[in-house]
Write a protein that binds this ligand. Structure first.
Ligand SMILES: NC(=O)c1ccc[n+]([C@@H]2O[C@H](COP(=O)([O-])OP(=O)(O)OC[C@H]3O[C@@H](n4cnc5c(N)ncnc54)[C@H](O)[C@@H]3O)[C@@H](O)[C@H]2O)c1
Length: 282
C-alpha cells in the first residue's frame, strides 16, 4: 500500500517532529491534538524548525511553504479518516493510549495501519486491544525527529509482514534508516543504552573515576557524542531509573538492578538538566 496521507495523534515534541518529517518528504499530514492551543503550538514548532533549516541553507522559503501547506491540523479524530496510516504520538500513558487506539479502531477503515510511537509500552499488548492487531506496529522515532536518522520499527507478535513492509517503505521515504526489532521491553536501542548509563553510575559510585573522566572516556574511547552521565542529565535521572525498574521487573534478571546512587540522586530531586542539577550542575 502506498501512503499519501499520514494521520498523527498528538502535536507535542514527537508528533510535530513526525509531521515535519512527513511534510518535508511530500506526504500530506493530518495532526490532531486535544486543544487548539496544542495543535497551534505544534505547528509553530514545525515552522520554527523549518526556519532554522532555511538559515542553514538546507531548505528554501518555497520548500517551507509547501511543507506547511501539507499539514492540516484539527482537534477532531474524524479528520483522520483521510489517512492510510495513523501514528499515535500522544502522552506516554497506557490507559490513555488504549482509549485513543480503540477510538481510532472504531473510526478508521479496515485497511488503515495504526502505529504507535511509544517508547516503553508493549506493542503486542497494545495491538491486542484493537481489532486490527495484524495492522498494528511500533514506529519508534528519536528526538529531535527531523534530525535523527533512526526509526526503530517494532513488530508485535501479531503484526503482518505486509504491515511491516509498508511502514519500512514509508520510513525510507522520510529519509530515515529503519531497523526492525521484535517486541520486548526497551526494544533494542534503549535496552542497550539505559543499562550502559546505569553502569556509568555504578562506576561513579565505586569511585573508579570522576564524572568528567567517565564521560570523557566514553566520548574519546567509543566515539560517543556525549558521555553517559551527561546524557542521563539530559534524559532525566528519574526517567532512567523508571526504565531500569521496568527492565528489572519485566525480565526478572538482577543484571538490571538500578544503581543505588541513581536512586539516591532521584530521591534528592537531582533529576538532571530539568531541575538544574543532576550529575552536573546547570
Ligand atoms: N520525547 C522523546 O524523546 C520521545 C522519544 C521517543 C518516543 N517518545 C514517545 O512519544 C510519545 C509522545 O511523547 P512526547 O515527548 O511528544 O510528549 P509531549 O508531552 O510533548 O506530547 C504529547 C501530546 O499528546 C497530546 N495528547 C494527550 N492526550 C491526547 C489525546 N487523547 N488525543 C490527542 N492528543 C493527545 C498532548 O496534548 C500533547 O500535545 C510518547 O509515547 C513517548 O513515550 C518520546
Amino acid at each position: 500500500m502506498t501512503i499519501q496521507t499520514v494521520g498523527i495523534v498528538g502535536a507535542g515534541t514527537m508528533g510535530n517532529g513526525i509531521a515535519q518529517a512527513c511534510a518535508v518528504s511530500g506526504i500530506d499530514v493530518v495532526m490532531v491534538d486535544i486543544s487548539d492551543a496544542a495543535v497551534q503550538k505544534g505547528l509553530a514548532t514545525v515552522a520554527g524548525s523549518l526556519d532554522r533549516l532555511i538559515k542553514k541553507e538546507k531548505l528554501t522559503e518555497a520548500d517551507k511553504a509547501a511543507a506547511l501547506a501539507r499539514i492540516k491540523t484539527s482537534t477532531r479524530y474524524d479528520d483522520l479518516k483521510s489517512a492510510q496510516l495513523v501514528i499515535e504520538a500522544a502522552t506516554e500513558n497506557f490507559d490513555l493510549k488504549v482509549k485513543i487506539l480503540q477510538q481510532l479502531d472504531a473510526l478508521l477503515g479496515q485497511d488503515v495501519i495504526v502505529a504507535t510511537n511509544t517508547s516503553s509500552i508493549s506493542i503486542t499488548q497494545l495491538a491486542a486491544v484493537t481489532q486490527r492487531a495484524d495492522r498494528f506496529i511500533g514506529m519508534h522515532f528519536f528526538n529531535p525527529v527531523p534530525m535523527m536518522a533512526l526509526v526503530e520499527i517494532i513488530v508485535g507478535l501479531q503484526t503482518s509482514e505486509a504491515t511491516h513492509a509498508t511502514v519500512k517503505a514509508l520510513s525510507e521515504r522520510l529519509g530515515k534508516s529503519p531497523i526492525t526489532v521484535k517486541n520486548a521491553p526497551g526494544f533494542v536501542v534503549n535496552r542497550i543504552l539505559v543499562p550502559m548509563i546505569n553502569e556509568a553510575f555504578f562506576v561513579l559510585a565505586e569511585g573508579l573515576a570522576s564524572a568528567e573522566d567517565i564521560d570523557a572516556g566514553m566520548k574519546l574511547g567509543c566515539n560517543q557524542p556525549i558521555g553517559p552521565l551527561a546524557l542521563a542529565d539530559m534524559i532525566g535521572l528519574d526517567v532512567c531509573l523508571a526504565v531500569m525498574e521496568v527492565y528489572l521487573k519485566e525480565f526478572g534478571d538482577s543484571k538490571y538492578r538500578p544503581c543505588p546512587l541513581l536512586k539516591e540522586m532521584v530521591a534528592a530531586g537531582r533529576l538532571g538538566r530539568k531541575t538544574g542539577r543532576g550529575v552536573y550542575s546547570y
